[in-house]
Design a protein around this ligand. Structure first.
Ligand SMILES: C[C@@](CO)(OP(=O)(O)O)[C@H](O)COP(=O)(O)OP(=O)(O)OC[C@H]1O[C@@H](n2ccc(N)nc2=O)[C@H](O)[C@@H]1O
Ligand SMILES: Nc1ncnc2c1ncn2[C@@H]1O[C@H](COP(=O)(O)OP(=O)(O)O)[C@@H](O)[C@H]1O
Length: 301
């Protein structure tokens, strides 16, 4: 079936507008300080998976947000959903500039575990901003204002808007693209116990830790092996399965394992997509109650 077209004048949009909200992976996360408002200063190497949540956007008589997918039961479609917050924030911004932002039906297929350190909610918010800017033909609205809106929704939303390998600093909003970043074959592993980001930050033993050092621009595995996730210790106190997950990934041949974000998702890097696929299915058979997903991260360009 041919997609329908929507819009006025030169900007025609294929309907429904669709967006992937890819899982965000903090390959390393150093906590280097704290701002007076309590937010922590970080230096993080970030990349994105080829799997994630799926969103669709269509014109409607009234705003609707519907949910499906394995992790939909863990969230609601109410005004606290980060998708609704992104929709409402963008509409306010556009209307203040005289741009129309009519009612929209959004469907979120929630494939990523919730509160799991791979930015599912932030990725959904970023995908909503991208999708609605297309649906509402508002691509010309100031980048600075959109970036400020993204940051007001969450510290991770600007990096999810960028959607490419990068180093994030500040509280996560200062972004430097990493053009040389290769793809990594990975398994993502989560014990399906949600974890609170503020609680993990609050348990840090030290808030002033050494920053990232990238010694060898050609050997990413060497750089990553020398880096850390400073949140892994405090998260492991809350969810002891994190240690077990890394051991399981290693037992299947992962050459590097680490937690992403504030957890509890851990990733294992494998030497090929084939070995990652094999490891994910072995681990799922061993621990059917946990989440395992094989993925390949995107390359920097
Ligand atoms: C830890 C990270 C690493 O990428 O990822 P996740 O574990 O959430 O995926 C992020 O910094 C999380 O970003 P995000 O989840 O958007 O954070 P926000 O909603 O803005 O903040 C939630 C709470 O986390 C703490 N927070 C967050 C970011 C930061 N740089 N310092 C903090 O101290 C604050 O207590 C804040 O109130
Ligand atoms: N669309 C959404 N997807 C996931 N979580 C959401 C969403 N909207 C709101 N939330 C809330 O945001 C919090 C953080 O979720 P998420 O972004 O998945 O985790 P993390 O920040 O650890 O990567 C959760 O407590 C969840 O209830």
């Amino acid at each position: 079936m041919r997609p329908s077209l929507h819009g006025s004048g030169a900007e025609l949009v294929s309907l429904p507008v669709t967006e992937l909200a890819p899982a965000k992976i903090n390959l390393a996360l150093h906590v280097t300080g704290q701002r007076p408002d309590g937010y922590h200063l970080i230096e993080s190497i970030v990349t994105f998976a080829d799997i994630g949540d799926h969103l669709t956007f269509s014109p409607a008589d009234e705003d609707r947000l519907s949910l499906s997918g394995p992790f939909a039961p863990a969230i609601t479609g109410g005004s606290d959903n980060l998708v609704a917050r992104a929709r409402d924030g963008l509409r306010r911004l556009l209307q203040a500039r005289g741009v129309e932002a009519p009612a929209v039906a959004i469907h979120l297929q929630k494939n990523l575990p919730v509160a799991s350190g791979i930015g599912g909610g932030s990725a959904d918010a970023a995908a909503t901003l991208r999708g609605l800017l297309r649906l509402w033909s508002a691509g010309g609205v100031g980048t600075d204002e959109i970036e400020a809106l993204a940051l007001s929704i969450g510290a991770d939303v600007p990096m999810c808007m960028a959607g490419r390998p990068l180093i994030a600093s500040g509280i996560g909003e200062k972004l430097s693209p990493l053009t040389g970043m290769p793809r990594f074959a990975m398994v993502l592993a989560n014990p399906l116990r949600g974890i609170s980001t503020p609680e993990v930050f609050s348990r840090l033993a030290s808030r002033q830790n050494p920053g990232l050092v990238l010694n060898d621009p050609c050997d990413w595995m060497l750089n990553l092996a020398a880096a850390r996730n400073d949140l892994q210790g405090p998260a492991g106190e809350l969810v002891p399965e994190i240690g077990a997950l890394c051991n399981l990934l290693q037992s299947q041949g992962a050459v590097l394992t680490r937690m992403s974000g504030s957890g509890a998702t851990c990733f294992g890097v494998f030497d090929s997509r084939r070995s990652a696929d094999h490891a994910a299915s072995m681990l799922q058979a061993e621990r059917p109650e946990w989440y395992f997903a094989s993925t390949e991260t995107i390359a920097g360009s």
